[in-house]
Design a protein around this ligand. Structure first.
Ligand SMILES: C[S@@+](CC[C@H](N)C(=O)[O-])C[C@H]1O[C@@H](n2cnc3c(N)ncnc32)[C@H](O)[C@@H]1O
Length: 210
């Protein structure tokens, strides 16, 4: 077994999600009951296209919202999260090809997907710009990336508090609560077609494209 010192950033974050997989739905329950489910439904109601990728599927909390009759793939690099997602796909009778894969190094050809969906993923991807560039590569030219992501607040007190708490959330389960995802989308060369605040300026819904 590799010690943390010999692990790369991706292995460390993967290990943290594998560690919390069993408790993830319990931890996430608070977000689900305070708007999370409504936000997820809104996100999926906007998704268009026949070939869809969910990147960072986690334990599969979006699976029940997958549209029927589409070709859907879902990936995540944490195998223990994926095991739970596969159970949810069975439970909800959804036809989805779930694979273990790193967002920063996707095994799909260029321009494969009409739509890519993420929810609460870009807080955790170790190199977010690299991950976004990979999503851009596998997105068709007229495709769209739909995201439900929490970001660092621009409000001085809340933002500073998020900076202070960030090392704790990263150590506990691998999520950064102070990511500037808008800036990362720009760095990856995406055009932002929609940016909607769902809770303060922290929880946001994005629709972006090439
Ligand atoms: C906070 S969870 C969100 C899971 C799910 N999307 C949801 O809404 O409940 C973040 C997920 O992103 C995955 N993840 C982070 N970086 C990744 C990467 N580079 N490649 C694949 N999955 C990644 C983690 O393993 C974890 O399952």
């Amino acid at each position: 077994m590799k010690s943390v010192i010999n692990m790369n950033k991706n292995d460390i974050i993967k290990k943290r999600y594998n560690r919390v997989a069993k408790y993830y739905d319990l931890m996430e329950g608070l977000m689900e009951s305070s708007g999370g489910k409504t936000w997820r439904k809104k996100l999926w109601s906007l998704v268009k296209g026949d070939t869809i990728l969910e990147a960072g599927v986690g334990t599969g909390n979006n699976i029940e919202m997958y549209p029927d009759g589409k070709k859907i793939f879902a990936i995540d690099f944490a195998s223990k999260m994926v095991e739970i997602a596969k159970e949810k796909a069975k439970k909800y009778g959804k036809d989805v090809d779930i694979r273990i894969m790193d967002i920063e190094n996707l095994e799909f050809p260029d321009k494969t997907f009409d739509a890519i969906v993420t929810s609460c993923v870009f807080c955790s991807v170790p190199d977010p710009v690299k991950g976004l560039l990979e999503l851009k590569r596998v997105l068709k030219d007229d495709g769209r990336l739909y995201m439900l992501e929490h970001v660092r607040s621009k409000k001085i007190i809340i933002g500073t508090l998020m900076d202070l708490l960030n090392p704790i959330t990263v150590a506990a389960w691998g999520a950064n609560i102070n990511r500037d995802t808008v800036e990362n989308l720009r760095k990856a060369g995406f055009n932002i077609f929609k940016e909607e605040n769902l809770a303060l300026d922290i929880m946001k819904l994005f629709i972006v494209g090439k």
